[in-house]
Ligand binder design. Structure first.
Ligand code: PMP
Length: 359
């Protein structure tokens, strides 16, 4: 069959030109006589790779001076602990609850300090994010945590919450690099790599320097942000190969026209799929219009008895991993940066045809 359109929520598709480049450099990285996988993380070759990756990310996101970029491990899940260990420091943190991932972040933070709900989408079954007007922030909170894009529910904020002078912490795992954003609105951003950044194993943290301070007592050294900030993320061995591929992905994004080009393309991709969902009584999109994710489009077949046939038929034509998360059922099409527009077109065509033959 060759390469398929993989709609997985992550690990997800990588840009094909990146995979081809990595393949061409796999055995001998630019005359070094070795693979990046085999390089010392402290040698000149890898240090250069690491620095160029960070520089490209800074250009892409226009990261202001005064922010540090950390290349970590442990996934976004480790950040559910690392953020409170480093930022909670005896006070209370506010959380906006929009679904499974924000709940997990809040539950983990509760091990280290006080947590407080500043808003929730629970009453609407997590099909809509709370509006700014109903958010109720504690001005004395250490930070406000939210999940700009809930990967499982397919629910996304169309606005950046205004938390006043309280630092805003965002789990951007499934939305980072999908469009331009204003980093200065955030105190800390974290993201697992396996959606829009690169392969699993790398976790990015972008943190405002003034938030770096003494973590809570008992924090392991490998969970102390300052240790990474002070050692160029090389206190211990970083995930070198994933870091290198992330750098190649950043270069690919720059070559494609940067985040404004990504944003236009991603908006168009999502709009095509939502337009189809809105135009039929055969499919159903559960998420409210103003909270629809560009990255994870959730939908269901009104007749659930057809789910298995729908998925099997999709697989046959190279449209893979459309099954929704086990906790919510239905379908989910993840349309990260590396999903070509042609993949969305193929999905839309398949869905139209499926409706025609089964509707
Ligand atoms: N937060 C969000 C929004 C996610 O989508 C995911 C993974 N799908 C996670 C956290 C957990 O990430 P990881 O598996 O990298 O720990």
């Amino acid at each position: 069959m060759g390469r398929v359109y993989n709609f997985s929520s992550g690990p997800a598709m990588l840009p094909q030109p990146v995979l081809e480049k990595v393949q061409s450099e796999l055995l001998d990285w630019r005359g070094s006589g070795m693979s990046v996988m085999e390089m010392s993380h402290r040698g000149d070759d890898f240090t250069g790779i690491a620095e160029r990756a960070e520089a490209a990310l800074r250009r892409l996101l226009d990261i202001p001076d005064g922010y540090r970029v950390l290349f970590l491990q442990g996934g976004a899940t480790a950040q559910f602990s690392m953020v409170p260990m480093n930022l909670l420091r005896g006070s209370s943190a506010d959380f906006i609850d929009t679904g499974i991932w924000s709940k997990k972040a809040m539950a983990e933070a509760a091990h280290y300090g006080k947590v407080r709900l500043a808003g929730t989408g629970e009453a609407q079954g997590f099909t809509r994010v709370p509006a700014q007007e109903v958010l109720d922030f504690d001005p004395a909170a250490a930070y406000v945590h939210y999940t700009p894009n809930e990967t499982i529910g397919g629910v996304e904020f169309s606005y950046v919450p205004d938390s006043g002078s309280v630092p805003l912490v965002a789990d951007m795992s499934s939305t980072i690099l999908s469009r331009p954003m204003d980093i200065s609105r955030f105190g800390l951003i974290y993201a697992g790599a396996q959606k829009n950044i690169g392969p699993a194993g790398l976790t990015l943290v972008i943190v405002r320097e003034d938030l770096l301070g003494e973590p809570i007592t008992g924090t392991p050294t490998v969970f102390d942000y300052r240790v990474y900030a002070d050692n160029a993320s090389m206190y211990n061995t970083p995930p070198t190969f994933a870091w290198y591929i992330a750098g190649e992905v950043f270069a690919w994004i720059e070559g494609e026209g940067g985040l404004s080009a990504m944003g236009e393309r991603n908006q168009r991709k999502a709009a095509k799929l939502y337009a189809l969902l809105d135009a039929t009584g055969f499919y159903r999109a559960p998420v409210a219009q103003d909270s629809r994710s560009w990255m994870n489009v959730t939908f269901s077949l009104v007749d659930e008895a057809l789910d298995a046939t729908f998925l099997a038929g999709a697989e046959m034509v190279g449209l893979k991993n459309l099954k929704g998360h086990r906790t919510v059922g239905g379908m989910r099409a993840s349309l990260y940066n590396a999903m070509p527009e042609a993949g969305v077109d193929a999905l839309v065509e398949y869905m139209r045809e499926f409706e025609r033959t089964h509707g």
